[in-house]
Design a protein around this ligand. Sequence first.
Ligand code: ADP
Ligand code: MG
Length: 760
Amino acid sequence: NEKKISDPEKIQNKTPSEPAVFVPVDRSPEIQEARLKLPVLAEEQVIMEAVRENPCVVICGETGSGKTTQVPQFLYEAGYASGSGIIGITEPRRVAAVSMSHRVAKEMNLPTQVVSYQIRYEGNVTSDTKIKFMTDGVLLKEIQKDFLLQRYSAIIIDEAHERSVYTDILIGLLSRIVPLRNKKGMPMKLLVMSATLRVEDFTDNTKLFRTPPPVIKVDARQFPVTIHFNKRTPLEDYTGEVFQKTCKIHRMLPPGGILVFLTGQAEVHSLCRRLRKAFPFRKGNTTTGVDEEADTSEAMRKFKKAKQKKTVVFRPPPPGTRLCVVATNVAETSLTIPGIKYVVDCGRVKKRFYDRVTGVSSFKVTWTSQASANQRAGRAGRTEPGHCYRLYSSAVFGDFSLFSEAEITRRPVEDLVLQMKDLNIDKVVNFPFPTSPSAEALVAAEQLLVSLGALKEPPRTGRVKDIERARLSCPITPLGRAMASFPVAPRYAKMLALGKQQDCLPYVIAVVAAMTVREIFEDLDRPAGSEDESSKLTQRRARLTQMRRLWAGQGASLLLGDLMVMLGAVGACEFAGCTPKFCEENGLRYKAMVEIRRLRGQLTNAVNAVCPEVGAFVNPKMTPPTEHQVFCLRQIVLAGLGDHLARRVQAEDILDPKWKNGYKTPLMDEPVFIHPSSALFKTLPEFVVYQEIMETTKMYMKGLSAVEAEWVPQLLPQYCHFGSPLESPSPWLCSSTGTVRCHRSSTFCKFSKANTVTMF
Ligand code: ADP
Ligand code: MG
């Protein structure tokens, strides 16, 4: 049996005081029997020996081999939670943290006070907690409070192959924390668990681990899966092809569950609808088959009868029926569904892309990687030999990249840079990332943070080399520390930091909460499912548009734009008691509204922790802001979103008709537009700030607020230049009348102080 520790000679760093206790666990016979079937059980000895002898261990095993549910139990039984320290497990997804904690509690026959979870807004951790599942973001926050993580005797980083940004950073940080703990005589263990086999980024990375950690491979009992490639690759209507294939399997092939991989929630919904229509479930009085996975945005739906919520996919389907799960890539690795024999793989994945220069983001459906496609196929061979239908040709598969890129290389990193600066890691470029973000992304992040006042401005004069170096190692400011303690991205954190002025805090908190939660409004552009639905939908659209206009208000408050609509929606919803009924009637997503409420509470606590003298409290039923407050709110929003400023191109400057109603932004040559759903669509203010630009049919700004040109030099001097409009390197900043001189010296700006927010 050679699947043992990869490099026994390299075992070093024996830690002295090892728990020698064995903590018994009282499992039910059924659970015990099910556990014994899991491949990871066969490796318990090897794993625990490696853990005892090494500070860091990597465990690699197929999905479903039992890593997430069993390894925490191994550590528990070996006494890693019997002293003062507890066992922590991080998951990149909230739904996994919650459901795995429940599962492990159940397997161990322990209450949730002992096997607990903590996610952004909620948790059931108590002083009795021994095993704690959490999202990676939660552990990162804890490191900020206690760099040595003294509460923990062992940390398991799960799903490391997903390469989520926080996971990557955690591994980087823990590679330093673990030796430090050992040096201080408080040994701690790090276990990195991963599904696919590309662990070299962790193990062969000398920046990370001087001695490569041992890798333990768990061989899953995998039955053969026959791969069927399509002859041709449908480029347009792949969802139609998926539907056909699924129907065909159901009609022609022997029993066995079907798992379908699509790219997003809308596709999942629509396929479920079509399948349910094609195969209506006939059985008396039971509710129809839609069943939502607990608290997951990556929806997983099942058609066929389903009475119980939440873990329905883990239960066998009623006799005579077939289980069909339609899922996004969440089912690739983090969840295992028993009884799957057929996999239908569209070969695609939806990813968010950011333009590195402009920050414009768009969701794009692209081909997945070979590793992911193989993961998907593997789901079919868990209980018996299976089949995987790839709806693309083998040639196309050959062109897939081998592995998916780490997220950190694909997204802006200002939030991470700020968190790291708060950990006093000034030279972020030198941080031991498993995969480093690009130098451009790091420079852009540092610049944004300097302009928000979160980092000290680097010197502008001196030797070029010194300036360059200083630009990449700006230390954090007190404002930056406050901002880092708010659990939102830096631009929003800045708004919170300014919010206590002019009694604006409750509104700023509500607006920031609403901006941070995705998709709070029902999508009015959503196509109707059928003819008769269509006229109803038209009526509904008209009514909801009316409602949003009402929330936007008039006159002064309208200028706060879409943020006023958000504020109005939150206010109205809270006055109505935040009921599912109110949300449904008014086109609000209930889950989003509940999340906003929680986030408001959390942000209020965070602000109170930084400035207790403010004594902020959450009054869910806030009254609408006064005109004066709206005025200040717009300035506060500008202060946070200053780099997202856009100016409408004046009629006389339009040479190309494509610029009609277009806005100019500093970094882009192309026009951007106000989305028709925006409260400011008809107003077309000269200057606006936007929350983000999404590229769909056009470049659309979303989350808009109108701002006044005079505020810019006052609130954002760093974006302004001295000189006449013609000389200015950013002429777009100068208003047509030429009255705004964007200049660092305040002599050129006239302000009535009483009306403006002051900057830190
Ligand atoms: P891995 O982390 O290696 O992918 P897991 O530990 O998540 O594996 O899963 C091990 C086994 O436990 C799987 O066969 C899975 O089906 C089962 N399992 C996980 N969660 C539940 C649950 N809530 N109910 C029933 N079975 C579950
Ligand atoms: Mg797992």
